[in-house]
Structure formats: C-alpha cells, structure tokens
Design a protein around this ligand. Structure first.
Ligand SMILES: O=C(O)[C@H](O)[C@@H](O)[C@@H](O)C(=O)NO
Ligand SMILES: [Mg+2]
Length: 382
C-alpha cells in the first residue's frame, strides 16, 4: 500500500493531429509526437498509470513537489494526497499546475482500480456502464473538403449521425483561420448542421472564446432559433460578470467554465453568481478525478447538469459515475481523421462507441486503458 516510486517515461507515437498557434487541433500529415506515462508504484509492486504531456511530469516537478508528497504514503489516501499536493501550488512559482495534479490523481485512481481489480467508476460508485456521446467536431479550417464551409459541417454531421451520435458539438472557425472569427459564419455553419440532421439530434456550439458581449448575444440568439442545447465559451471565461450578463440575456443555456482556473471553488462562484445554466468540469481542467467529482456533486446540489470536458478514460469514468452529466464528449472529430483508429500505444479504444451512440466503459481494472507497454519501451526517448 505504501508508495515507493513515482516515475515518468517519455515515448513517441504517431498522429495526424496538429495544434495550431491557438492550441486547437487540425488534421495534417502523420508525424511523431512525444507523450509521457506517469507511473506510481507501491512496495507490493502494484502500479498505476496515466498519460500526460511530458512537461507536466518533468523531473523538476516530480522531484520538487510530487515525490515529496507521495513517497512513503498510503496510496489509498487519495483525498489527503490531492489536498497536500494542491497546497504546494501556491508556493510553486506557477510550476505545479492543475495538469500535474490531474496526472497524479488519475494514476492513483488507476492504481487503486488495478489493486482491487475494479474499474474506477465502480470504485467511485457507478451510475451507469455506458454513457451517451456527442461528437465534438474540431475547429473549422481552410482545407478543401474539410471543415472550410457551412456545407462541409452539414455533410460531416450527416456522417456522424449515421455513425450513431445522438448529439453533435461544433467548434467553428477561429484564428489563425484568415477571416475568423465571424458570428454570421458561425450561425451559418450551425444552420447547415441543423438542416442536415433534423430536429432529433442535440446540437451545441463551442465558439470563439473571445467574442464581445454583443457578439456573443447575437450568436446566442441565432442558436436559439436553431434549437441548440447550449452555447459554450463565446466569451473570455476570466470575465465571470460577462457570463452572468449573457446568461441573463439569453434563453439558450450557457455552459461553463471549461478553461477557467480555480477548480471546484471557482465553479461554485459561477453557480452563485448565475454565470451559467449548466456547469462544466474536466479532469485536466480542475486537477483530477477527485476534484471533478466534487464539481459534479456541487452542481447536483443546485439542481444543475455538469458536463465533462474532453475525451479519454479519465473523463469517461467521471461521466459514468454521475447522474448529472448528460454526455461524454467524444472527439475531436474531423472528416479527414478516423477517430475509431485510436492510438498506437493503446491496444484498444478507451471509449468504444456502439451504433446507438453509447460509449461503453471498458470493464478493465483502473482507468481501463489497454496500454501497449512494448510500444512504450520500443519508442521510449527518456
Ligand atoms: O480549446 C480547445 O483546445 C478545444 O476547443 C478543446 O478544449 C475542446 O475539447 C473543447 O473546448 N471542448 O469543449
Ligand atoms: Mg469547450
């Protein structure tokens, strides 16, 4: 039970996903990228793992913070270890981020599941073994036949419905696309998707994150006419009062915050200030499964849904263990990418989806990621 080692291995894997200058993903030529696997090991030889960007678990962070908190501790004490690590953030010169807390917390949950032979959502106390997915489409681009026009979005949405998705979220055009952002083009893309899929499919928009209040109001009113389920991140989430203003002036539910710092504490303030109608959490956004569950339960106490940001096993287990998440965000998707191909360092998908749009939580222990350790060793770089 006692933690004796914390290590990170960096390895290469192939992907056709590229990040633009704003950090949004788009398809491109297949290329090698580096990924880290964080491993927490106990005196009994048990191990828990999670994947994260290498910089999140770089030697300085593991030496200066993570090992100081974890080594010699009972791995089962996840709440105390999370609190202790979180308290190191204030004096860390911004070097200990919520992403590191998330990686450590997820590896501890994976460890507990592997020791007990149970999936994480069953350890938490599960609500369901399958979660409805919405297809989360990548940001728009200027690629011919990709996501360059409203009709491109409409055609792709038809394919997603044929695949089984019962919900679709658009991310529309943002810089560095030359003419973006453009509210009217956003509305045209949303109208093309509604036209393509009909009334029975839930639609959501995750917009350019830095519109003004009046632009966001125009966008939200356009979505109301199209029967969209929510509007997401049209304003800078650092301005809580702007979201309160928008929520007060729109009928369509406003969801958030996704990217704002402050974990569940700040999300409590969004509820208290009336800045959103649907709350949002995400394992990477709030610092782990442990605080993501706190956020889910916070929202439930106010009669609110809380939607989980992002794909991967860690977010799937949070959605499976809670009643007030309506969806699992499966993506990001693009006409030129085959999401179901997965990753070359996993032997199978962590979020397989059936023809009815239901993501089945793998029955494997821990986070349930089917890790190809041979790949990690064969392509290890550090
Ligand atoms: O801003 C991004 O990187 C993407 O929009 C990403 O976070 C996407 O997963 C999202 O916002 N989902 O809601
Ligand atoms: Mg979003």
């Amino acid at each position: 039970m006692i933690i004796t080692d914390v290590s990170a291995r960096v390895f290469r894997h192939m992907t056709s996903r590229h990040s633009d200058s704003a950090g949004h993903a788009h398809p491109g030529p297949e290329h090698a990228v580096e990924q880290a696997i964080l491993t927490i090991r106990t005196e009994d030889g048990d191990e828990g793992h999670t994947f994260c960007p290498p910089e999140v678990v770089r030697p300085h962070v593991l030496d200066k913070f993570v090992r100081k908190v974890l080594i010699g501790q009972d791995h089962r004490d996840r709440e105390r270890l999370w609190q202790d690590l979180a308290h190191w953030q204030r004096g860390s010169a911004a070097q200990l981020t919520d992403r590191t807390l998330a990686a450590v917390d997820c590896a501890l949950w994976d460890l507990a599941g592997r020791v007990l032979g149970q999936p994480v959502h069953k350890l938490i106390g599960s609500y369901r073994d399958a979660v409805p997915a919405y297809g989360s489409i990548m940001c728009g681009d200027e690629i011919e036949g990709g996501l360059a026009t409203p009709d491109d979005y409409g055609r792709f949405a038809e394919k997603l419905v044929a695949r089984g998705y019962k919900g679709i979220k658009l991310h529309t055009w943002m810089p560095p696309v030359s003419w973006a952002p453009d509210v009217r083009m956003d509305i045209r893309a949303c109208a093309a998707v509604r036209e393509a899929v009909g009334e029975g499919v839930a639609l959501m928009l995750d917009a350019f994150h830095w519109y003004t209040r009046t632009e966001a109001l125009e966008l939200g009113r356009g979505l109301e006419k199209l029967g969209f389920a929510w509007i997401e991140e049209p304003l800078d989430e650092q301005s809580l009062s702007s979201y309160k203003w928008l929520s007060d002036n729109l009928d369509i539910p406003v969801i958030g915050p996704e990217s704002a710092a402050g974990k569940h504490w700040h999300r409590a303030e969004w509820i208290r200030q009336g800045a959103c109608d649907i709350l949002r959490t995400g394992v990477n956004d709030v610092g782990g499964i442990t605080p993501a569950l706190k956020t889910m339960h916070l929202a439930e106490s106010f009669g609110m849904e809380c939607e989980v940001h992002g794909n991967t096993a860690m977010n799937l287990h949070v959605a499976a263990a809670t009643k007030n998440a309506k969806w699992y965000e499966r993506g990001l998707l693009h006409p030129f990418l085959e999401y179901d191909d997965g990753f070359d360092y996993l032997k199978s998908l962590s979020d397989p989806m059936d023809a009815d749009g239901m993501v089945i939580v793998p029955d494997r222990p821990g986070l349930g990621e089917d890790i190809d350790f041979d790949h990690i060793e064969n392509f290890r770089v550090a």
